[in-house]
Design a protein around this ligand. Sequence first.
Ligand code: ATP
Length: 515
Amino acid sequence: MEEQKLRSVPVLPWMRSPVDFSLFEECPLDLLPFLDSRLKVPLHNMGISSLFPVQVAVWQETIGPGDFERDLCINSPTGSGKTLAYALPIVQKLSTRAVKCLRALVVLPTRDLAIQVKEVFAAIAPAVGLSVGLAVGQSSIADEISELIKRPKLEAGICYDPEDFSLELQSSVDILVATPGRLMDHINSTKGFTLEHLCYLVVDETDRLLREAYQSWLPTVLRLTRSSDESFYPCASNYLPPAFNSLKTIRRFGVERGFKGKPSPRLMKMVLSATLTQDPSKLAQLDLHHPLFLTTGKRRYQLPEKLESYKLVCESKLKPMYLVALLQNIGEEKSIVFTSSVESTHRLCTLLNFFGDLQIKIKEYSGLQRQSVRSKTLKAFREGEIQVLVSSDAMTRGMDVEGVRNVINYDIPAYIKTYVHRAGRTARAGQSGRCFTLLREDEVRRLKKMLQKADNKCCPAYSIPSSSIESLHVIYTSALEKLKETVELETSRKRKIGFKSSRERKGNKTNHSKE
Ligand SMILES: Nc1ncnc2c1ncn2[C@@H]1O[C@H](COP(=O)(O)OP(=O)(O)OP(=O)(O)O)[C@@H](O)[C@H]1O
C-alpha cells in the first residue's frame, strides 16, 4: 500500500502506459536519422556530439516514425537536456520553411529562464536560416516590437493608407521565446503580432506555468491557434486578397496526424517538467491532442543519477556556523545556498559577508532585487567571479550554470518538488554533484519521507567537527552584531523612503485638487 502511494499511479489512462526513455541509449549525431547536416556544426560548437536519451526519444516521436502525430508530455529529470530535446526537432522541422512567420512559441515562467532557452535556439537556428526572438520585458516594449515585427520600407513622398500598412506588417522571427506577461502584452497590443501561423507550442516548466493564470495566457493562445472553419475549406484561400497569400500557412489535416477522416489540431504541443503534474484537471487546460507520455524509471520524481544527498543535523541557533564550516570545507567550488524566503536570503547573505576571512565571494540572488542586479550577479556567477550564491527560490527551477558542484538547503524545502528542482542545479548533464540539507533533529524524519518519494533512500549524515564550530564563535558573535546594525539601518532607511513617498503622494493629491 505504502509502495503504491509512493509510486502514485496516474489517473489518466495515457499516463499509465508511458514511453520509458531510460531504456534508450545516447545516439551519436552522425547516426541520428534525418538530421539536417547544417545543424552539425553548431551542435559540435556547443560541445554536443551525441543526443541524450530524452532527446533521442523526442526525436523519434517528432522527426522519426512518430512524426508528431501526438502531443508530447515529457517528465524528465533536471539537467537531462530537455531544452535541446524540444529545440532541435523544432528547428529541424522549420528548416525547410519558405516564408518567414511566427511558427513556434516557447513559454517559460521567468525572464532568466527564457533568456537561457533563447540562447540555445539562437545557437542552432541561424544555421538553417531561422530567426529567434525574445519577449520577456528585458527591453522596452518599443524595442521588443522592432525586433519582432518587420515594417515595410516606405518610399518618401507617398501617402499610405494605414489599413494597407498594417496588412504589410510581418514577423521578423520564426521562433519566439516568451514569458506569459510579455506574450499577452504583444497579443493584446502589438500591431502585426499574430499566432495565426503557429505550428509548435512548448510549455516548459509546465507545472509551474499551470499553477498561476498569468492573465489567462494559455486559454488565449489556444483560442487564437484553434483551426478555424477555413481549414476545412482550403480552396477558400483562392478568394482571399493577394496580400494574405504570402503569409498563408498550409494547415495539417487529421490524416497527417494519424486520425483518418477527423480534422486534427495543427498546433503541435510539447509540455515538459522534471516534476510534471499528473492532475487531470490541470493537464486538461492544455487541451492535448492524443498525448503521449515520456518519462523515466518508476518513481514520479527522479533525482540526477550522480547526485549525492547529505544531511547536516544541528540546532537552529548554530545553523549559520555550520553553514560557514561547510563552505570552508567546500572551498572554491561553485555552490548555491537556498533559503525559504527573500528576506532570509538577504539576511543570510549579509551575515556571511561579515565573516571576514572566508576567502570566497558570496552574493545574493533573489526576487527582491531588480532584474538588472540579478542578471549581473548571474553573469558573474557563470564566469566564476562569484563562488557562492545565496538564493531564494528564484533560482530553483531550470537555471543551468556550468560547474555548480554543491547545492545547500539552508532551510529544508517544504515539498519534494522543491527539493528536486533545487538539487537539480547541480549534477547536470551526467556530471556529479552534492546536495546538503541543514536541519534540526526533529526534521530528520520529514526529510527521509520526502526523499523516499524520489527513490533516494540514502542520505548519510555529513559531519563537521565540533572544533570547527567552536573556532567560529567569536567571529560569529561580531558578525551578528554587525547584521543587527545593518538591519536597523535598512529598516529606518525604508521607513524614511516610505514616509517621503507618502508625503509626495499627499502633495500630488493637493496639486491635483488645485487643478
Ligand atoms: N546532448 C548533450 N550533450 C552534452 N551536453 C548536453 C546535451 N544536451 C544538453 N546538454 C547540456 O546539459 C545541460 C542541461 O540541459 P538543460 O538545461 O536542457 O536541462 P533540463 O533537463 O532542462 O534541466 P531542468 O529541469 O533543470 O531545467 C546544459 O548545460 C546543456 O548544455
